[in-house]
Design a binder for this molecule. Structure first.
Ligand code: FAD
Length: 296
């Protein structure tokens, strides 16, 4: 009998009680131990035989991992173990970070989102991660505990390739922090999948903009992050929308620029050509949506 999935192999389940213990264990078992939270990537990759770790280290109950806090000055801190449904239900997230809630809402299904986390989505470093773009446009910071203590990494410098990040042996992401968005900002996430729910993005576009007196002559600053069109989540340069007055023509130009900045691959979900065209169309649509929100 041929089976597509070899099945979940045997592994030891490790449940440390402190961050120090967890980091030390992971650092002492490089290549054979892996941290997990929701496990929605980990168990699938283990079942499919792609990962063969001997130890799975459950880090979701470690101190601070389940905290979801909002401070009107510092912004939002999402503990690494906060699942996406909890994030989506948060009044503060909906009020101040609607684009993050919108993106999380496109991930798989309600059932999966009771396990899946934004931290896991980031650490997995898939170019298709739906919640990564909102973190990029909002300039999120990743809090990390390692064998040498705590540090903070900028999300914009976090990804090194498909499945590769700046994380080192023993590193555990403890939280993702989102600064308070600028006054009057607006965002939009558009995801194109093969079906309405439960599929990874063929293309994902996060657009974000806000009034900025220093952005002359337009008076606005825009950021775009693209999913599934490059080896890592990618931010095309949107300076054009500060340097020119915002019109339908300049938005079209910015969308063309985004399309020309990416060189996607063909895969089971879509061809490279289709992806490029969809980058243009969805970027235009997302920017128009943001612009309409900005000008009321
Ligand atoms: C049916 C199905 C549908 C899916 N649909 C989508 C979708 O629509 N969009 C999408 O973006 N994703 C999708 N995914 C992928 C997955 O659900 C997400 O990437 C999710 O956010 C992962 O979160 P998690 O907590 O389950 O991560 P885990 O599986 O626990 O971990 C993911 C990776 O991050 C590492 N990691 C986890 N926690 C830490 C930590 N604290 N510190 C350091 N490293 C850590 C793990 O070692 C692993 O490499 C889908 C998965 C399945 C099974």
């Amino acid at each position: 009998m041929i089976t597509a999935h070899p099945g979940l192999p045997e592994f030891d389940y490790i449940k440390p009680t402190t961050l120090e213990e967890a980091s030390t264990f992971l650092a002492q078992h490089v290549g054979e131990a892996r941290a997990f939270i929701g496990g929605t990537d980990v168990f699938v990759r283990m079942r499919d035989g792609a990962w063969k770790d001997k130890y799975l280290v459950d880090v979701k109950s470690l101190p601070g991992m389940n905290d979801l806090t909002f401070d009107p000055v510092k912004g939002l801190r999402v503990g690494a173990a906060v699942n996406m449904n909890r994030l989506i239900a948060s009044p503060e997230v909906n009020e101040h970070y609607p684009v993050l809630a919108e993106a999380a809402h496109t991930v798989a299904s309600y059932q999966l989102r009771t396990r899946a986390t934004v931290a896991g989505n980031i650490c997995n470093a898939s170019p298709a991660g739906d919640t990564v773009g909102s973190g990029l446009v909002l300039n999120a910071k990743v809090h990390v505990h390692g064998v040498d203590g705590n540090r903070v990494e900028a999300l914009r410098a976090f990804f090194k390739g498909p499945g590769k990040t700046v994380l080192k042996p023993g590193d555990i992401v403890t939280a993702v922090e989102y600064p308070l968005p600028p006054q009057g900002s607006a965002g939009k996430y558009l995801k194109l999948g093969r079906n309405a729910i439960g599929d990874l993005a063929i293309v994902g576009v996060t657009a974000f903009g806000y009034p900025d007196g220093a952005a002359t002559p337009s008076g606005y600053r825009f950021f775009v992050a693209l999913a599934s069109v490059a080896p890592t989540p990618f931010m095309p340069d949107m300076a054009l929308l500060s340097e020119k007055p915002i019109t339908e023509a300049s938005i079209n130009e910015a969308a063309e620029l985004a399309m020309n900045a990416v060189a996607p691959i063909d895969d089971v979900r879509g061809s490279a050509r289709y992806r490029k065209l969809m980058v243009r169309n969805l970027t235009r649509k997302a920017l128009m949506d943001v612009w309409e929100k900005l000008v009321g």
